[in-house]
Design a binder for this molecule. Structure first.
Ligand SMILES: [Zn+2]
Ligand SMILES: [Zn+2]
Length: 353
C-alpha cells in the first residue's frame, strides 16, 4: 500500500508542477499587500476589504463586486447597481473565484484571496468552474472555437506601427513575440509567420491606452495588463501604460511586466484556450510584476493539443529537457524523479477524464 498511497499524496502535492524543481518564480509583493513604494496602481485600495465576510458592509465594496462582475463571477443586479453589503450572492461568487484561482475556498476575503485579487492580470473573463471541487485544469471558450484551417496551419501576425511603445525597441518587441509564438509552435502543428502587411494579418498586435474601441478599456499601471480575443478574431491588445520589460537586469522598475510572459499567455487565448486554474500554467490569469513565466506546463500543452493535435516533433521528453536546461542548479537525481511525477500526473489526469 505504501508506494501507491504515498505516491498519490506526493503527486497531489506536486500536482501540475512540471516546473516545480526547475524554476523558482520570483514573487514580487508577497511580503505585504502594498509593496510598490512609488506608485499607485489599479485595485490597490481593495486592501481595505481584508477579512470581510458575509454580513460585512464596507464602504465601496460595490467596486469589488464590479470587479467580480467584470471577470465573470457575479451577475449585474436587476437595478444595475451593486451595494456595499457582503451578501450571499457575493459569497457564492467569491467561492467560485477561489475555486477558479486555485485558492482555499473559504468564502471570505482572506489574505491570500485579497492578494490574488489585487495582482495584475489578463483582462479576459474567467470561465468559472461548474462545481467547486473538481480537478483543476485548462478551459476552452464557450463553443470551443479554434482556427478552422487544414493542418499544418500557418497564421500570420503583424504589429500596428501606429500603436507601439517607445520604451522598448521594435526589434526587442519582435524578438519577445517570436519567442512567445515559438513556445506554442513547439507543441502543436501550427506555424506563426510575421508579416508587414498589417491589414491582412491573422493576428493584429498593438499597445493601447484607456478606451480603444472594443469596450475593454485599459486601466493604467498594473490592473489589467493585456487582452486577446478567441478564434478567429486575432485581436491582441496590450496596455501601453505598463512598464513592459524584456530584461529585468535592464528594466529595474518595481512594476515592470515581462512582455514575453504576457505574450505567451495571450497567444493561448488567440488559439482558443481560456484561463486555467493551475497556478504554474501559462494560462493562469495573473502575473506579478517582475515575474517571468514563459514555459508551457503540461496543463497548457494538454489543453492546446486537444484543440489542434500534437506537433509530430513534440515529445514529453522535450518538455522535461526544457525544464532541466532552464535551471543549471537542478540535480539529475531530482530531474529523474520529476520525470516520474510528470508521467504519473499524465496517467492520473487521463484517468480523471
Ligand atoms: Zn488571459
Ligand atoms: Zn482591446
Amino acid at each position: 500500500m505504501f508506494p501507491l498511497s504515498c505516491g498519490f499524496i506526493l503527486l497531489l502535492l506536486l500536482f501540475s508542477s512540471p516546473c516545480f524543481f526547475a524554476r523558482t518564480i520570483p514573487l514580487y509583493h508577497d511580503a505585504k499587500l502594498t509593496a510598490t513604494k512609488n506608485y499607485t496602481y489599479k485595485w490597490q485600495n481593495f486592501e481595505k476589504f481584508l477579512e470581510a465576510s458575509r454580513g460585512s458592509r464596507v464602504n465601496e465594496m460595490f467596486e469589488l463586486k464590479k470587479y467580480f462582475h467584470h471577470f465573470g463571477y457575479l451577475k449585474m443586479e436587476e437595478d444595475m447597481n451593486f451595494t456595499d453589503l457582503f451578501d450571499a450572492k457575493f459569497e457564492l461568487a467569491l467561492n467560485k473565484y477561489q475555486a477558479k484561482l486555485g485558492l482555499p475556498i473559504t468564502g471570505k476575503l482572506d489574505y491570500k484571496t485579497i492578494s490574488q485579487i489585487m495582482s495584475p492580470r489578463c483582462g479576459v473573463k474567467d470561465v468559472p468552474k461548474k462545481t467547486l471541487h473538481v480537478t483543476r485544469h485548462y478551459e476552452f471558450f464557450t463553443g470551443q472555437p479554434r482556427w478552422a484551417r487544414t493542418v499544418p496551419i500557418t497564421l500570420t501576425y503583424s504589429f500596428s506601427l501606429a500603436n507601439l511603445i517607445t520604451s522598448l525597441s521594435l526589434q526587442d518587441i519582435r524578438d519577445a513575440f517570436k519567442r512567445a509564438f515559438g513556445h506554442w509552435e513547439a507543441v502543436i502543428p501550427l506555424t506563426f509567420l510575421e508579416t508587414y502587411d498589417y491589414g491582412s494579418a491573422d493576428i493584429k498586435i498593438g499597445f493601447y491606452s484607456g478606451e480603444h474601441g472594443d469596450d475593454e478599456a485599459f486601466d493604467g499601471v498594473l490592473g489589467v495588463l493585456a487582452h486577446a480575443f478567441s478564434p478567429e478574431s486575432g485581436r491582441f491588445h496590450l496596455d501601453a501604460a505598463e512598464t513592459w520589460a524584456v530584461d529585468f537586469q535592464v528594466q529595474k522598475s518595481d512594476v515592470a511586466i515581462d512582455l514575453e510572459s504576457v505574450a505567451t499567455h495571450e497567444i493561448g487565448h488567440l488559439l482558443g484556450l481560456a484561463h486555467s486554474s493551475v497556478k504554474e500554467a501559462a494560462m493562469y490569469p495573473s502575473l506579478k510584476p517582475r515575474e517571468k513565466k514563459v514555459d508551457l506546463t503540461i496543463d497548457d500543452i494538454r489543453g492546446i493539443q486537444t484543440l489542434y493535435g500534437s506537433n509530430p516533433n513534440f515529445t514529453i521528453q522535450d518538455l522535461l529537457e526544457s525544464d532541466i536546461s532552464s535551471n543549471d542548479a537542478v540535480d539529475l537525481r531530482i530531474s529523474s524523479l520529476s520525470i516520474w511525477f510528470v508521467l504519473l500526473q499524465v496517467l492520473i489526469t487521463s484517468l480523471c477524464h
